[in-house]
Ligand binder design. Sequence first.
Ligand code: HEC
Length: 168
Amino acid sequence: MSDREFFKSFAGLVGALVALTVILFVLAQMVGGKNKHEAVADAKAVAERIKPVGEVNIGAIEATRVASSNAVMDAIIPSANAAGADKGKATYDTTCMACHTAGVAGAPKFGDKAAWSARIAQGNDTLYGHALKGFQGKAGMMPPKGGNMSLKDEDVKAAVDYMVSHAK
Ligand code: HEC
């Protein structure tokens, strides 16, 4: 074989190999190749499959806790949801009694007519106002709504009525 013939067939062989490489490359792309978009979607799907069973969700826990504690309170103190005069007693029993039963910090005692007569003489509106907004008197400090700001105004008023009616 002459050099010339050799180069001819060698060049042909190299050309064939290059063509084969290109064909294999294209084939490989067709079979296994994925575009970027598919790859991202796959990663998401994998993350979804291997994510932990539970998830920490502070907001949801807090909401559940508040809801359930209200439900518990409702179960413990059903009278707190009862209408009318019971509301006054219920509110007194849950909040006001803390100070007014024993006369803590100068609070006029429940049922103590002497302690209440001058206060009752001021009239209901003044008593309501002092119970709702708080009141610094000579004897001490009555906090707004007895310190329980979640109470409804009407419940605080009912509690005042309840206390007043037992001190007349
Ligand atoms: C932290 C203690 C405390 C709690 C709880 C509390 N009080 Fe009082 N309350 C006082 C004190 C002390 C006074 C007396 C203030 C004074 O005359 O110097 C008072 C006075 C009052 C008076 C008389 C106000 C006046 O003008 O003479 C009313 C009415 C009253 N409280 C209603 C309530 C009601 C209703 C609740 C519950 C929702 C409540 N209090 C809870 C401490 C408390």
